[in-house]
Design a protein around this ligand. Structure first.
Ligand SMILES: *[C@@H]1O[C@H](CO)[C@@H](O)[C@H](O)[C@H]1NC(C)=O
Ligand SMILES: *[C@@H]1O[C@H](CO)[C@@H](O)[C@H](O)[C@H]1NC(C)=O
Ligand SMILES: *[C@@H]1O[C@H](CO)[C@@H](O)[C@H](O)[C@H]1NC(C)=O
Length: 401
């Protein structure tokens, strides 16, 4: 007892002093994601877990946190009033999942390359009739540019947060009844090649429909969810205009590619694991190839938009892959996040073998000032990605090692 306590104290001291920064040296044996995630024997009991739990509790808007390291859950936090089995709005984390779906489209041959233009995909001329700058939109916008926010489609941030006119405007009859045309006709064209965060756009939803005949939800239910042990009706995914109460998404009005997905924290952790395992959902189940995950998680552009930094409160320079952010918190490890409004995250750290899931109270019912606050990235939320902390030992006063 004395001996093991001493070891624990020693390893804790060394871990806190930074001597145990662990770079991944052994290859990851993929966890079978169709099964429940296992818990580490030190789950919620390691010094690192205690830090994460304390930070989470002291942050009133944090609903749930899950940390997975080496395939095992090492932290699980659920606020008292939250039902963790109820799928919760992950906002723009949806984009990070859509990015996965684009890789599957590519590898199944449904798209030829990410450089296919919108004009080629939506080849029916009547779709484009009367749309302003139609030639630009047809010839100059590719899937890759939508994935990297460099298409030239310019979100009007002066109307942020969530200009209700625009939000509803997409759905108004002024833009006609054709959902695809509505999304293809806006927003305005700005500067091609410049990072311009398109908060909402369902163009990629329509790419999925066009090339597979399935809505994004049917597509993910077929190609991804079974491998993650998730039943199709256990997630939520709505269309932009159809309120979930009265209309269901359809091929005319598919689920939103850039928002509207609802997931439980454990489902988010399964997705995080899938990305960390480079597209493998088990030792012989490949959902998408490692090549796609690597391409997705390669910096393609440095975000230079001052407004982005102002709104998110980030100080360090951030790079963007395919709808994923590199090292939002400026930690310096190879970590990537899908990040959604209000502070929803799926983060993976390829150096540390960790997944971090965080859900915060979203924006429903918040006034505009709160909404702006809800966009801010809270750096303390990333404590679980601190390479100096260890989840592999137990607090010394917590019994035998
Ligand atoms: C980890 O420890 C090193 C060395 O003590 C320090 O330079 C670094 O800032 C620490 N990293 C974090 C994320 O705290
Ligand atoms: C495509 O973009 C380039 C560069 O911005 C521009 O010169 C060209 O006119 C655009 N093409 C169309 C059809 O708008
Ligand atoms: C940045 O945000 C502050 C409020 O947080 C605001 O006063 C200021 O005008 C913003 N700056 C820019 C360039 O938008």
């Amino acid at each position: 007892m004395k001996f093991s306590t001493a070891i624990a104290t020693l390893s804790m001291m060394s871990c806190l002093s930074g001597a145990t920064i662990m770079a991944r040296t052994t290859p990851i044996v993929p966890t079978d994601l169709s099964k429940d995630l296992e818990y580490s024997p030190y789950a919620n009991r390691s010094p690192a877990a205690i830090r994460v739990l304390e930070t989470s509790r002291s942050s009133p808007h944090v609903r749930t946190v899950v940390v997975v390291e080496d395939g095992r859950v090492v932290v699980s936090y659920v606020r008292d009033d939250v039902d963790p089995n109820e799928p919760y709005d992950v906002w723009s984390v949806t984009k990070g999942v859509t990015s996965l779906l684009m890789g599957i489209l590519l590898e199944s041959g449904a798209i030829e390359s990410v450089d296919e233009t919108l004009g080629r995909i939506f080849a029916d001329e009547t779709t484009w009739e009367g749309i302003e700058d139609a030639e630009y939109r047809k010839q100059n916008i590719t899937i890759r540019e939508l994935l990297t926010m460099t298409s030239g489609l310019a979100w009007d941030w002066s109307r942020f947060p969530l200009d209700p006119d625009w939000f509803e405007g997409v759905c108004s009859s002024e833009r006609g009844n054709d959902q695809l045309r509505r999304w293809l006709s806006g927003p305005e064209i700005g500067t091609k090649g410049k990072f311009d965060y398109l908060a909402m756009s369902d163009i990629l939803s329509h790419v999925i429909v066009k090339r597979t005949g399935m809505t994004p939800r049917d597509f993910i239910a077929k190609r991804v969810l079974p491998h993650l042990g998730i039943k199709a009706d256990e997630i939520g995914w709505g269309a932009h205009c159809a309120s979930p109460a009265n209309r269901s998404p359809s091929t005319d009005e598919p689920e939103s590619a850039f928002h509207n997905l609802r997931l439980t924290p454990v489902q988010m952790a399964k997705f995080g694991m899938l990305f960390l395992q480079e597209g493998a959902a088990g030792s012989d189940v490949v959902v998408v190839s490692p090549a796609w995950i690597r391409e997705m998680l390669t910096p393609s552009i440095v975000i230079e938009d001052p407004l982005f930094y102002n709104i998110t409160g980030l100080r360090s320079e951030v790079s963007y892959g395919y709808l994923w952010y590199k090292d939002l918190a400026g930690i310096g490890t190879d970590n990537w996040c899908a990040f959604g409004m209000g502070g929803q995250y799926i983060c993976i750290d390829r150096d540390l073998g960790r997944v971090l899931i965080l859900q915060r109270d979203g924006c429903d019912g918040l006034d505009p000032d709160d909404l702006l606050n809800a966009m801010r990235v809270t750096l303390t939320d990333f404590v679980a990605l601190d390479p100096n902390l260890s989840f592999k030992i137990q607090m010394p006063d917590d019994g035998e090692l």
